[in-house]
Every structure is written in C-alpha cells, then in structure tokens.
Design a protein around this ligand. Structure first.
Ligand code: CU
Length: 165
C-alpha cells in the first residue's frame, strides 16, 4: 500500500515537472534578463564589455554574487562613477536587486567586463553568460555580439582604464 502510494506521488511529481519544467528556472530566480549583448572588440582584444537589463520580478531581494562565461576567464560587474571629470570603474562583489528593481547596464554606464577572452568574438555570435544568485540558483542568458555604438569619449576613457587591468 505504501509502496503504491509513493510510486504514484513520484509519478505525479514527474508529470508536474514535465508540464511546468519550462516555468521553473524563471520562477526560481525571479529576475528577468533582457537586451543582453556584448560590444564588438578587435580580435586582439583581451577584454570586452557586456550589457543587459535585469529586473527583479520576484518578491524576494536577489543578490547577484558571480557571473561567468565560457569565453572569458572571469566576468566582473563594474559600476561607473563620474568624479571630477574622471570616469572611475568600481568592481562589485555582489549586486542587490530589491523586488521590482531594475538595473540597466549600457555603454558609458555600468557594464559587465569579460576579462581574459579565451578566443576572439565574432560579430553576431551568441555567447552564454551565467548569473549566479545568492540563493544558489543559476541563470544562463544568451548575449549577442553587436557593434559598439559610435564615438563616445567615455568609451575611449573606458578602454584606457582597462589597459591597466
Ligand atoms: Cu569596466
């Protein structure tokens, strides 16, 4: 009798997973990532910048504790501070998103830094970025390599800064 019961509940769980499996990753993280891209860099470049929009659609605060990608030895979150006409980059160990909070990472502002590229990135290529959250969940999103928007003195400053990494 008890065997029969556990088999049935096991089956029910399996059916549940099949039916709702696609919903689970989003529900676990509660954070939606959109507009994920990496700025094109010359093949000789050792670093590239990544951008995305993160929105916490859950009810719990979410802390991003690590980011990784198969194409870089490490990935950092850099916040940008403008101070006395200088652009300073501040690596963050973790980034907290309150419920409903949105962070927009874009050129000239906060960004992800892919450091130690393991190979050149081709324009249009899709690259995986894995976000690790404090609750232990992981979320892999796909970034597309896109041309960087033109000019921008900030971009030049940025490039200079990373030369010193
Ligand atoms: Cu940076």
């Amino acid at each position: 009798m008890s065997n029969c019961f556990s088999m049935r509940s096991g089956l029910r769980v399996a059916i549940c997973l099949l039916a709702f499996g696609c919903v689970i990753p989003a529900a676990v993280a509660g954070v939606k990532a959109t507009d994920v891209w990496i700025g094109e860099v010359p093949p000789s470049s050792d670093v590239a910048a990544g951008y995305l929009v993160l929105r916490n659609e859950g009810r719990q605060p979410m802390a991003l504790t690590a980011i990784s990608s198969p194409v870089a030895r490490r990935v950092e979150w850099h916040d940008v501070q403008h101070q006395d006409g200088m652009v300073k980059m501040q690596p963050r160990q973790s980034v907290l998103l309150a419920p409903g909070q949105q962070r927009v990472l874009g050129p000239g502002d906060s960004h992800l830094m892919l450091i130690g590229l393991t190979r050149p990135l081709a324009l249009g290529e899709r690259v995986a970025l894995t976000l690790q959250w404090q609750d232990g969940s992981r979320q892999t999103v796909t970034a597309t390599v896109r041309p960087r928007p033109l000019p921008a003195a900030p971009a030049a400053t940025h490039h200079h800064h990373h030369g010193h990494h």
